[in-house]
Write a protein that binds this ligand. Structure first.
Ligand code: SER
Length: 338
């Protein structure tokens, strides 16, 4: 039995991850979230704690009660919300992550063994200067264009570095190096699309919003230009990536953070998939030029060859399969739509 802490467990990735860990078996999950669990979430957890990642005494109490082997630190404010409340974003995304890394390192040192720390980062760490450079750059590698223009992207990039520091250099001047370390593993996700939940406060939300509006028979005013292109991934693949990276033998890992990606459609291609399933759907493009500028600074695709060769990453869902076998059946089930 591995004892696992999941922060943000009631969020989009949390829902999928909890299901997958329950199916796999062998995990005792302690879940933490600001919000009370949705139906179905609580039963998948050994314990569900409603609380804040900024509450250090609460985190200390959790670490005193549970010897965590693995932490999935999912709690965060997404990019649009972070742009509206930058200081709150810094507190949650940076100070919150620092608190969790402190929990992990103190536990690792107390137990004298490593504590794995899985951290979802994002394509938001990239900052392409203009649409022409974005088009020319194509698939972006992990070390290129690391000049984000959003608070969220900056928070994520810094926390990747913080994770690397905790894994490799934490208190490097101490006279003695205790046994036990944080085994930090970061993963840069593209926009994620779930059939079960709708994200809040993200800038890639136009894709899931199209799907969930159409499935509920609601018209949708899409906030991006039709030619907008960023990478996306179906939620089961995001969960597969997190678990795959968590399970990878440490000696196979050559980097602290990996790109993962699966398909990279223009907004019009997403629209066409949704429209084919819901032909009467009404949708218009009404670009929000400020949110558009953020999307124009994110790459149109990422190079995930390191993840493929180091730990065997491979997505199960391309665009067609994601819609036909996961998203459309999932939203039809959820909303009872034809
Ligand atoms: N999907 C996120 C957002 O739009 C990026 O990681 O904020």
């Amino acid at each position: 039995m591995a004892t696992v802490l999941i922060t943000g467990a009631n969020g989009e990735i949390g829902h999928g991850l909890l299901q997958a860990l329950a199916q796999q078996g062998g995990h005792r999950v302690v879940a933490l979230d600001l919000h009370a669990p949705d139906d179905g979430v609580k039963s998948l957890c050994h314990r569900f704690v409603v609380g804040d990642i900024l509450d250090v005494p609460l985190l200390r109490a959790l670490a005193a009660e549970h010897d965590f082997d693995l932490v999935f630190h999912l709690a965060a404010l997404l990019s649009t919300k972070s742009e509206r409340e930058p200081t709150l974003a810094h507190q949650v995304n940076v100070n919150g992550t620092l608190n969790l890394l402190e929990l992990a390192v103190s536990l690792a040192r107390r137990l004298g063994r490593s504590v794995k720390f899985l951290y979802p980062s994002s394509i938001a760490v990239y900052g392409l200067p203009d649409p022409e450079s974005k088009r020319r750059a194509g698939r972006v590698g992990e070390d290129d264009f690391l000049t984000p223009r959003t608070m969220y992207g900056i928070n994520k990039l810094y926390c990747e570095q913080l994770g690397r520091y905790y894994a490799l250099f934490y208190r490097q001047l101490d006279a003695e190096t205790p046994r036990g370390r944080v085994d930090f593993r970061g993963i840069r996700f593209p926009g994620l699309i779930s059939a079960v939940t709708v994200p809040t406060g993200g800038t890639s939300d136009f894709a899931p919003e199209m799907l969930h509006h159409a499935a509920q028979g609601q018209p949708y005013a899409c906030f991006v230009r039709p030619d907008t292109r960023i990478p996306f991934m179906a939620m089961p693949d995001a969960v597969k990536a997190l678990i795959g990276l968590a399970d990878a033998p440490p000696e196979r890992l050559s980097r602290p953070v990996y790109n993962v990606t699966s398909f990279s459609p223009a907004a019009t291609e997403l629209e066409a998939r949704v429209r084919a399933a819901f032909p009467d759907w009404r949708m218009t493009y009404e670009p929000d030029l400020k949110r558009q500028a953020i999307l124009d600074s994110w790459p149109e695709d990422t190079d995930d060859s390191a993840a493929r060769s180091d730990w065997g990453w491979e997505p199960d869902y391309g665009l067609e399969r994601a819609f036909d076998e996961y998203l459309l059946p999932g939203v039809r089930r959820r909303y009872g739509s034809a």
